[in-house]
Design a protein around this ligand. Structure first.
Ligand SMILES: *Cc1c(COP(=O)(O)O)cnc(C)c1O
Length: 823
């Protein structure tokens, strides 16, 4: 493709240029005037101004990539938890100061306008945020990459509390439209479902044709993914479902308006909602529809573009790796087989060779119940041709297993992609293991356990397929944008460049011993606490004291993450303060902040939320206790809240049962912002502790082998209750109705679950956790030593940049070269 349009000048990189563009957007796009404009108008004009600065870079990126076909990567993810776009667009194009000044000259405040942006909540938690960090890094590292996903009309639900209980409200983030997306309806793709298949023989060759029962249109919406100050803007392409015109018109013409609308609603339901599910899959037909919908549209999109170049699909692996973010996009494997064999006429074996080489799979869990399976009945009904292909992949794979290991039927049954019990179902993680060339876990410990416990048989068969890539987070959003105070301090100390070369933070190490630097560091932390005080007061009406230790546990609510352990610490401290065992005047004063959404169908998680709120209310209302301990639980934790909360934190709670958290990325964000971690030897905590050093990390709890050994020998949680008076007091207090207005039944399910089941060994780790918290208190009393540790946490966490994760993927899996954008 050659450039045919004359280059349109990017608005000038000056305050005047910015003002001119802003007024143009306000006038011509928003159709209003400065005097009349609502806050929304003003925000939208600002968003479009920022967008205007990026637009020519975006076009340049696309044009240069078309002109110079190179190897690329396509990231397939059902979730992208992007966070707000405006600030990121401004820092990526070096416009923050200009925008601030330009708006001020018009009597407007950047802070006020940025607050008007609704964050697109297109993800549940860590997995979706990881995808967002990765595409940011790919753009910043000049990698030709595209992200593919789903444009959910309703993102993750908005959480509110009623009587302390979670209530879910729809997140209609698109109500006012999004200035960050560009629809490309002319590039629609028709996606088929249902129907039946037929075999025919043409010239002695057997062919299968699929006659679908119904179809929907996939409409792409493009989002800019700007690299940081490098002139590249990559694309995130999210698909939205629309009814095909044919089917509703026909019904409509027969005069049945209601049926026509029903049919349309049915089709468009596919991209209506993000399943608010964390790691327990609900067997939802719509979910499988969503997965196939976005994956089929994405493969079609990429392959058609290559065919447009006259590309020979036999060489597909030379041009692309499709990275499968968890099992959600794994249906892409049989889809590519269908394209190559049924539509392009390639021989099965050749197609299989190509397919395996084109895909790589990232596993994100260790919980067996989180491994997706689809009933064969459902798969056959919704995607009959894909089911046949999966059967054949499985037959050939199992033949290979028999050839290698002999007729070990137990092993064959264990490794089969099709499970027989409790119902016939496709194991998507197994399909991914067979149909890809690389499989990675997301932290060292996780990758090891994946090989040893989850995908053991596959790791024995193909050891070379398995690798590790420890997760990371983007320093642009999680330091540069969210912690401007620390960013300025770092730049003052070591110069700029660290935001794209985070290992340079090591240069801060000597400054940990510099009292003046530590004082400045504490000033930054204090200012960040004040920012948080303002946010919580404004957003939630919560009052917190910035002169206390800020002890933060924010993440999805799940029993394995053990918010319950933190609650027991709070209850126990409450008890000690109330009874005088601890003197509120001399105790270390803490504010414990929780943030967590629970999947709406996850009962126990919702009970724990209610308990946190009720304990919090009791603690905060007690005149004695509240002098030393307060609890804050702002509702609706999301990326925007994380950006203010994390830079203010002193203590990061990463307390999952060892062997359950795959990696965690929240843990990395905290360490990078100078919080100290109290944590178990789990996920990436292991690597954080190794890097920052034992003296600057509060380790507690069972190790994974210890926990497994206890479980195997028969774990009896009530023994801990019987033997530990402090634990007994805390649990008895909850059971007594102390936090539920005297009603003993309210939290009984939580207490009896802990006493008689306690799958995640909260009681087993209780004492060790309490001891660790005493060490935290003791350490916090020496503010100079504490801030030395905090500075060392920052200095030694550069490894956790998602740029490093991308480098690992590039070296170990993708082998794609950077392609800087010229001009
Ligand atoms: C980073 C992040 C997460 C992941 O947190 P973990 O502690 O790793 O589970 C979840 N939600 C949001 C909004 C985040 O920014």
């Amino acid at each position: 493709m050659t450039e045919t349009t004359p280059p349109i000048a990017t608005p000038e990189h000056t305050v005047e240029g910015f003002v001119r563009q802003y007024l143009r957007e306000l006038t011509y796009t928003q159709g209003t005037t400065l005097e009349r404009a609502s806050v929304d108008d003003k925000y939208l004009a600002l968003a479009r101004t920022a967008r205007a600065y990026l637009m020519s870079r975006w076009n340049r990126t696309v044009t240069q990539q078309y002109r110079q076909p190179v190897r690329g990567v396509a990231y397939l993810s059902a979730e992208y938890l992007l966070g707000r776009q405006l600030d990121n667009a401004l820092i990526a194009s070096g416009l923050e100061d200009i925008a601030q000044e330009a708006l001020a000259s018009l009597g407007l405040s950047l802070d006020e306008l940025r607050a008007a942006e609704v964050e697109p909540g297109l993800g549940n938690g860590g997995l979706g945020r990881l995808a967002a960090c990765f595409i940011d890094s790919l753009a910043t590292m000049n990698i030709p990459a595209i992200g593919y996903g789903i444009r959910y009309e309703y993102g993750i639900f908005r959480q509110t509390f009623v009587d302390g209980r979670q209530v879910e409200e729809p997140d209609s983030w698109l109500d006012h439209g999004s200035p960050w997306e560009i629809a490309r309806p002319e590039q629609e793709v028709e996606i088929a479902f249902g129907g039946h298949t037929e075999k025919t023989t043409v010239n002695g060759v057997e062919r299968t044709t699929w006659t679908p029962g119904w179809s929907v249109l996939a409409i792409p919406y493009n989002y800019m993914v700007p690299g940081y100050l490098n002139g590249r803007v990559n694309t995130l392409r999210l698909w939205s479902a629309r009814a095909t015109r044919a089917f509703d018109l026909k019904i409509f013409n027969y005069g049945d308006y209601a049926a026509a609308v029903r049919a349309q609603t049915f089709a468009e339901n596919i991209t209506k909602v993000l399943y608010p599910e964390d790691s327990t899959p609900q067997g939802k037909e719509l979910r499988l529809q969503q997965q196939y919908f976005f994956v089929a549209a994405s493969l079609h999109d990429y392959i058609e573009r290559l065919l447009g170049e006259g590309f020979d699909l036999r060489r597909l692996p030379e041009r692309i790796t499709f990275q499968l973010n968890d099992t959600h996009p794994v249906i892409a494997i049989p889809e590519l087989m269908r394209i190559l064999v049924d539509l392009k006429g390639l021989a099965w074996d050749e197609a299989w060779e190509i397919t395996r080489k084109c895909f790589a799979y990232t596993c994100h869990t260790l919980l067996p119940e989180a491994l997706e399976v689809w009933p064969v009945e459902l798969m056959s009904r919704l995607l009959p041709r894909h089911m046949e292909i999966i059967y054949r992949i499985n037959d050939e794979f199992l033949a290979q297993v028999r050839e290698r290991y002999g007729d070990d039927e137990m092993l064959v049954r264990r490794m089969s992609i099709i499970a027989e019990h409790p119902e016939r179902a496709v194991r998507m993680a197994f399909l991914a293991s067979v149909g890809t060339s690389k499989i990675n876990g997301v932290a060292e410990l996780h990758s090891q356990l994946l090989r040893e416990k989850v995908l053991t048989d596959f790791a024995d068969l193909w050891p070379e397929k398995f690798t590790n890539v420890t997760n990371g987070v983007t320093p642009r959003r999680f330091v540069r944008l969210s912690n401007p105070g620390l960013s300025a301090l770092i730049t003052e100390a070591i110069g700029d460049g660290w935001a794209t070369d985070l290992e340079r933070l090591r240069e801060l190490e000597p400054l940990a011993d510099d009292a003046a630097f530590r004082a400045k560091f504490r000033e930054v932390k204090q200012a960040n606490k004040h920012r948080l005080v303002d946010l919580l007061a404004r957003r939630d009406g919560i009052v917190i004291d910035p002169d206390t230790m800020l002890d933060v546990m924010v993440k999805r609510l799940h029993e394995y993450k053990r918010q319950m352990l933190k609650v027991l610490h709070v209850v126990s401290t409450y008890d000690k303060l109330r009874t005088g065992e601890l003197d509120p005047a001399s105790a270390v004063h803490r504010t414990v902040v929780f943030g967590a959404k629970a999947a709406p169908g996850y009962k126990m998680a919702k009970e724990i939320i209610a308990l946190i709120n009720h304990v919090g209310a009791r603690v905060n209302a007690d005149p004695v206790v509240s002098q030393a301990l307060r609890v804050a639980f702002p509702a609706n934790y999301n990326v925007t809240v994380a950006e203010t909360l994390i830079p203010a934190a002193d203590l990061s709670e990463q307390i999952s049962l060892a062997g359950k958290e795959a990696s965690g990325t929240g843990n990395m964000k905290f360490a990078l912002n100078g919080a100290l971690t109290v944590g178990t030897d789990d996920g990436a905590n292991v690597e954080i502790r190794q890097l920052v050093g034992d003296d600057h990390f509060f380790l507690f709890g069972l190790t994974e082998p210890e926990a497994s050994a206890i479980q195997e020998a028969g774990y009896r949680p009530s023994a801990h209750y019987e033997q530990n008076p402090s634990l007994r007091h805390a649990l008895d207090l909850i059971a007594s109705g102390e936090f539920s207005g005297g009603d003993r039944s309210v939290f009984e399910p939580i207490v009896s679950n802990l006493l008689y089941e306690d799958r995640f060994m909260v009681l087993a780790d209780y004492q060790s956790y309490m001891d660790a918290q005493e060490r935290v208190d003791a350490a916090y009393r020496d503010q100079d030593a504490w801030s030395r540790s905090a500075v060392l946490n920052v200095a030694r966490s550069g490894f956790f940049s998602s740029d490093r994760s991308m480098r690992d993927y590039l070296d170990r899996i993708w082998h794609v070269d950077p392609m800087p954008i010229e001009g």
